[in-house]
Design a protein around this ligand. Structure first.
Ligand SMILES: Nc1nc2c(ncn2[C@@H]2O[C@H](COP(=O)(O)OP(=O)(O)OP(=O)(O)O)[C@@H](O)[C@H]2O)c(=O)[nH]1
Ligand SMILES: [Mg+2]
Length: 398
């Protein structure tokens, strides 16, 4: 299945049915009054969050959707039937943006949540409606109104509590494999992961959180290097970032420099996302002799002048992962408690998300532009849609 996290569609609600012009014609009833019925309302279009979906791929194939129009009224005061409404299923975590006004119409974050995206036309009135004491035989009717027509951009963001951030090969996928049932591919080359993977981490009974593993970032990602930065948008809904860094990279690069390179890309992508809580996770400590580990890790922390939480783990052997996941769980719970006590915090969080969404949109558009420009320079470039990834989506909620 293809993982597609962006799609543009056009929705057109049904027209309202026209009102009918008719007079009662019956044997022995001379000059029967008006009996033209009203038209039916046009069908509206809704988007509905569906738990069973995790990609917008269907909206790559069919992009235009039209709801049924209302029927015209008829004689004997019969109203036309209403147009059927159209409900389009989208994955949970889909944001809906009006392409022309750039207005965010809604965020579908709960299963079953519905959003009206195109209002059906209103029905026209039959001539019966125009009857009055001074006009017993009205010849007037009204037409149904047009259904709303809209171009929409659908943006899917995975819903996770915690996001993994790091260079390719840092061990993000290995980590999610070791702490959850998710089974993303792990390999000893960069850009193994091409789509976000979610894993549910069970800390103990009834205590779990969701981690998102996203493709690795490299320097210049904001300008399109590597897989670019667009996957960072999947971190916007998370609360906490775990920044994984390989403490003993094969290429001999400096772990501290590698952390800084990612920080730099993060800042370019979204200043707001860059100020989120981020913990440093020093991975692959099994590569360092035991008696040198502490000093090695401390040197990285000192070089970075890091004063936030730090964890040293081996995603491969599982060493150190338990204290990390437990600390994450405690952090998430204490956050939830704080928010329950101070409702204004939730409002502030919502505002922060809006800001991150806006910043992300601008950067992703800029990155696309840069890619397109680069593509035009290379004449015979295979003009693939760069949002498509022909790979398996791994979604393993326990
Ligand atoms: N020795 C050791 N190797 C590890 C550890 N964690 C990951 N690796 C290895 O590092 C390589 C890359 O791991 P991945 O989990 O695929 O890295 P990633 O961060 O998901 O990489 P991308 O998907 O390419 O961004 C693999 O060969 C892993 O086996 C670890 O704790 N110790
Ligand atoms: Mg990976």
């Amino acid at each position: 299945m293809k993982f597609v996290d962006e799609a543009t569609i056009q929705v057109e609600a049904g027209k309202g049915g026209h009102g009918c012009l008719s007079f009662r014609r019956e044997k022995y009833v001379p000059r029967g009054g008006p009996d033209g019925g009203d038209g039916g309302d046009g069908g509206s279009i809704y988007l509905e969050a569906d738990e069973a979906l995790n990609t917008l791929v269907d909206y790559r194939f069919q992009r235009k959707f039209k709801a049924q129009s209302g029927e015209t009224g008829s004689g004997r005061n019969c109203s036309g039937s209403k147009g059927e409404e159209l409900v389009l299923p989208v994955p949970v975590g889909t944001t809906v943006v009006d392409v022309n006004s750039h207005e965010v119409l809604g965020d579908l974050t709960r299963p079953g949540e519905r959003l009206k995206v195109a209002q059906g036309g209103f029905h026209g009135l039959g001539n019966t409606r125009y009857k009055s004491s001074v006009n017993q035989a009205p010849r007037q009717t009204s037409n149904g109104s047009e259904g709303e027509l809209r171009d929409l951009r659908l943006e899917l963001k995975v819903l996770a509590d915690v996001g993994l951030l790091g260079m390719p090969n840092a061990g993000k996928s290995t980590f999610i494999r070791s702490v959850s049932a998710a089974r993303p591919k792990v390999a000893n080359y960069p850009f193994t992961t091409l789509v976000p993977n979610l894993g549910v981490v069970s800390v103990q009974a009834h205590q779990s959180f969701v981690v998102a593993d996203i493709p690795g970032l490299i320097e210049g990602a904001a300008e399109g290097a590597g897989l670019g930065i667009r996957f960072l948008k999947h971190l916007v809904r998370t609360r906490l970032l775990l920044h994984l860094v390989d403490v003993a990279p094969y290429d001999g690069s400096s772990p501290a420099e590698n952390v800084r390179a990612i920080e730099h890309e993060l800042e370019k992508f979204s200043e707001t996302l860059a100020t989120r809580d981020r913990w440093l996770v020093l991975n692959k400590v099994d590569m360092i002799a035991e008696d040198e580990r502490d000093a090695h890790c401390q040197a990285i922390v000192d070089d970075l002048e890091w004063d936030g939480p730090v964890f040293a783990i081996s995603a491969l052997s599982g060493e150190g992962t338990k204290p990390l996941t437990q600390a994450v769980m405690r952090w998430i719970e204490s956050r939830a408690e704080e928010e329950a006590e101070h409702p204004e915090l939730a409002e502030r969080e919502a505002e922060r998300r809006r800001r991150m969404d806006d910043e992300a949109r601008i950067q992703i558009a800029a990155e696309k532009q840069a890619r397109r420009a680069a593509r035009e320079e290379v004449d015979d470039f295979d003009d693939d849609d760069d949002d498509d990834h022909d790979v398996e989506v791994v979604y393993a909620p326990e």
